[in-house]
Design a protein around this ligand. Structure first.
Ligand SMILES: NC(=O)c1ccc[n+]([C@@H]2O[C@H](COP(=O)([O-])OP(=O)(O)OC[C@H]3O[C@@H](n4cnc5c(N)ncnc54)[C@H](OP(=O)(O)O)[C@@H]3O)[C@@H](O)[C@H]2O)c1
Length: 269
């Protein structure tokens, strides 16, 4: 049976999902989108040939509703949707820090809700989307969410209690790598390379290392050992990283991100 999917609040993440679904073979007539601004609706109609509808129309007509508004807009959106969503619909939320309980409490009893934490590389089909079931969602509902988010990268299932940890690892994860690239580019400048060239060398090293990690199946320690010859250059650098407590700093940083995610989820902004 063909299912109709609506993206509600089609901004950056919503558009990435929409284009991923179209590339994965969903037909434009089965996709509905909602926007706040008419000019954004026109843009999406022209670009993808999808129908733009109101939130209420999406709630009435779509089998699967993907909520992709900012967390602070979620309450208003749910108020608009609540009177129109039937119990056999699936609601998938991509909003950071919004629990399935928050959504379930605002909709009719029994509506299945799935929570997904994507990250920005969904924009280039290399996302990591971490998926959790709410109180009424079944494994089949999780399969639907995976089919959609799998079009823009990888997916993983975790219990909702681990969503804050996942946010610290993969939600915020890309930022840590950008931070490293920025710092290593500065180091390149200190060593006398022009900024643009230092940037290119580091970015390609990052891409090469990422592909090796993903495709070789080797443990990171093995990959690092292969670059670390006795009395060589790499071990001199590693000693400095250990002296400066970089490993401990990363563990503390991710713990802080996890704690902040928990705070935000309890409305303690
Ligand atoms: N970007 C990320 O890295 C990232 C990562 C993980 C999760 N997320 C989550 O994904 C969600 C979307 O993020 P984003 O970066 O895509 O934000 P965004 O670009 O601002 O997209 C949200 C869109 O929703 C529209 N909107 C707001 N209220 C609406 C309503 N009542 N009806 C219809 N449309 C409405 C906004 O319209 P306007 O254009 O008029 O504001 C905007 O276009 C957020 O909840 C965020 O937590 C984002």
């Amino acid at each position: 049976m063909t299912q109709t999917v609506a993206v509600l609040g089609t901004g950056k993440i919503g558009e990435a999902l929409l284009s991923g679904m179209i590339r994965a073979g969903w037909r434009a007539p089965d996709l509905l989108v909602t926007t706040r601004r008419p000019e954004r609706a026109e843009e999406l109609r022209t670009r993808y040939g999808v129908q733009t509808v109101t939130n209420a129309e999406a709630a009435k007509n779509a089998d699967i509703l993907i909520l992709a508004v900012k967390p602070q807009d979620m309450g208003t959106l749910l108020d608009e949707l609540a009177p129109h969503i039937a119990a056999d619909r699936l609601v998938i939320s991509a909003a950071a820090g919004i629990t399935t309980g928050f959504i379930e409490d605002r909709l009719a009893e029994g509506i299945p809700v799935v929570r997904v934490m994507p990250n920005t590389p969904v924009l280039v089909d290399e996302g990591m989307s971490v998926i959790s079931a709410g109180g009424h969602a079944t494994p089949e509902h999780l399969d639907h969410a995976e089919a959609i988010f799998g079009g823009v990268g990888k997916t993983a299932r975790v219990p909702e209690s681990q969503q804050d940890a996942a946010t610290a690892l993969s939600g915020s994860g890309p930022a840590y790598f950008y931070f490293l690239v920025e710092a290593m580019t500065d180091a390149g400048i200190l060593l006398g390379l022009p900024r643009a060239q230092a940037h290119d060398l580091i970015v390609q090293a990052a891409i090469g290392a990422a592909v090796m990690l993903r495709d070789s199946g080797e443990h990171p320690v093995k990959l690092r050992e292969a670059v670390t010859s006795p009395a060589g250059t790499t071990i001199s650098a590693i000693r400095e990283l250990e002296n400066h407590g970089v490993r401990a700093a990363l563990i503390a940083a991710l713990e802080a991100a996890r704690d902040r995610s928990r705070e935000l989820a309890t409305g303690n902004g």
